[in-house]
Design a protein around this ligand. Structure first.
Ligand code: UDP
Length: 438
């Protein structure tokens, strides 16, 4: 038996998600797939007897300091700066306050309360780094998105991610005991763009809640969401920001109508989600774009909805378009497929993994190519039915239980095989001077 102090059973982890609460409604602002990921994974870990404390920033006076989501899953709201009015870009200035809050919670808990820290997104990585170091436990980090990847795939009108973020991310990559990537591609990006040690990179694919996202009657779903039964519904779901590229769908829909005037009276372009991101023209000038293209009457904006209403929208759609310029995974694609709806997605980031062989992948964002891809699905009902079937089969391979199982393995590995303390740190800790001033 090893005598290393870290080699012990995993009871409780501190999950850090500074900039967005797992309790927020996904689909607008900064709340999206990461929020869904963190909450679903925490629930599944709790069912494996790994209790999860989720640390997030207080954004409203109405939020109590501690919320029990279910046994074993607790959300801890920490005050760090004014509750309202701060954007994600303001948060690097609040990380010290946030970290101090985490330290206070641990100081009031029994010694060794947390066995491991799992941080999400680089801001949390910075805080998680300090917490793991102070508590003498491993740091596991998930990037979710990376500045260097985003900057390689900028959409028109998108500001490049700042250098401070790149530097902060690189520090977290260096400090983490394990890095969790959503896909093999993301693992490669971590290694190639951030010089991550391959031995410390693990892949855990995200999941989907098949109890919520399942096939159902299209007519019933259309009656629920108010779409006529003979309509052709092309649906976009997600945060409305240039990187998500809902404008690509609007342009392609206009081109489709030009090619197939018979569709004009039946086509509906659903844009479901709220505005997000810095400097976004709310909502990305999509109404003006649709007016310019002469299809404003076909575009229907729908504010964010909860998960069961979202499942109805997926079922109601003839296809779901995911035209993102960059996407670390793309939960929307898997959720739509789980509902038996064909997906047309950009061939970027994690989307090829998310949609698998069941989806239609489009290289680039050219309007004509996207119109052709949309037409290939809606103009071929038999082919679309095959796509729908294979989509359900493909999505059935994803589950949050599987994600949590994989994470539990990564945690156990990080605890059993901690990193060696770099030599300069050892000297620092021992107080040995490394240089003498003559
Ligand atoms: N979502 C939601 N309601 C909405 C719109 C989106 O619950 O009205 C959820 C959606 O189900 C998905 C997440 O937001 O789980 C978006 O995740 P995705 O990975 O597609 O994109 P991200 O936001 O991470 O960029």
């Amino acid at each position: 038996m090893s005598t290393h102090p870290r080699q012990r059973r995993l009871h409780r982890i501190a999950m850090v998600t500074v900039h967005t609460s797992p309790l927020a409604q996904p689909g607008e602002g900064d709340a999206g797939g990461m929020n869904v990921y963190v909450l679903e994974v925490a629930r599944q870990l709790a069912r494996r007897d790994i209790a999860v404390d989720l640390f997030t920033r207080t954004t409203s006076a109405a939020q109590p300091p501690v919320v029990e989501v279910e046994p074993g899953v607790v959300v801890r709201h920490l005050a760090a700066g004014p509750y309202e009015g701060l954007s994600k870009e303001d948060l690097p200035g609040q990380l010290c306050a946030f970290a101090a809050g985490m330290m206070r919670v641990a100081a009031h808990a029994p010694p060794g309360y947390y066995d491991l820290v799992h941080s999400h997104y680089w801001l949390s990585g910075q805080v998680g780094w300090l917490a793991a170091d102070r508590w003498g436990v491993p740091l596991v980090h998930t990037m979710h998105t990376m500045a260097r990847v985003k900057n390689l795939h900028l959409a028109d009108g998108d500001e490049p991610e700042p250098r401070g973020r790149e530097i902060g991310e690189a520090q977290v990559v260096e400090a983490a005991d394990r890095l969790v990537a959503n896909t093999d591609r993301e693992a490669r990006e971590l290694i190639e763009l951030y010089d991550a040690d391959p031995a410390r990179v693990a892949v855990a694919e995200p999941g989907v809640d098949l109890a919520v996202f399942s096939p159902g009657s299209r007519d019933e779903a259309r009656a629920r969401v108010g779409i006529p039964s003979d309509a052709v519904l092309l649906l976009f779901v997600g945060r409305i920001q240039p990187l998500k590229a809902p404008d690509v769908l609007v342009r392609a829909a206009a081109e489709l109508v030009r090619r197939r005037p018979d569709l004009r009276s039946r086509l509906v372009v659903g844009i479901l989600g709220g505005a997000s991101g810095t400097g976004v023209r709310n909502p990305m000038g999509l109404t003006e774009l649709a007016q310019q293209l002469g299809i404003a009457d076909l575009v229907r904006f729908v504010p964010p909805v909860d998960r069961s209403a979202l499942a109805q929208w997926y079922r109601a759609a003839d296809l779901v378009a995911v035209p993102s310029h960059s996407e670390s995974f793309g939960l929307v694609a898997v959720e739509a497929q789980a509902c038996g709806t064909p997906v047309v997605a950009a061939n970027v980031g994690g989307l090829p993994t998310a949609v698998g062989p069941a989806g239609v992948l489009v290289d680039g964002h050219d309007t004509a190519d996207w119109a052709t891809a949309l037409e290939s699905v809606i103009g071929d009902p038999r082919g679309a039915a095959v796509l729908a079937r294979t989509s359900v089969e493909h999505a059935a391979g994803f589950s949050w239980a599987r994600t949590a199982q994989r994470l539990a393995e990564v945690y156990a590995d990080a605890m059993d095989h901690p990193r060696e303390v770099p030599i300069h740190d050892a000297e620092l800790l021992a107080g040995i001077p490394t240089a003498v001033i003559p």
